[in-house]
Design a protein around this ligand. Sequence first.
Ligand code: SF4
Ligand code: SF4
Length: 119
Amino acid sequence: MGVKSEVIHRLFSKPVTTKYPAVKADLQEGLRGKVEWHKKSCIWCRMCEINCPANAIKIDKENRVWSIDSGKCIFCGRCEEVCPTKPKSVTLSKKVETGTTDRESLKDVYHGENDQDAK
Ligand code: SF4
Ligand code: SF4
């Protein structure tokens, strides 16, 4: 396609960009966003912590504390992959708007407080 026909084509076709953040992006299937932990099904096996290549997950099994530093997370999905429970107790959500100037706010600390705790 020559330059002239390319220009004409672009003039009459829809833009390929979106007006983000005013218009939210269409998130694709399989997108790996912020890691979420689901305490109801967690069996505290520590597989997610052991297999995380970025050391982003820390588990204090004794005191039932599950924590993640999203500032370290590289969104590889390994934690979800190795989690043995059904449904998975750690999943990658579609939350991608995590920008901040405060690194500390990227740390999430969760406390287990369900029947699993008695195990
Ligand atoms: S997605 Fe990867 S880097 Fe992030 S917490 Fe899970 S295993 Fe670690
Ligand atoms: S989230 Fe999954 S892999 Fe991590 S401790 Fe719980 S059950 Fe084990």
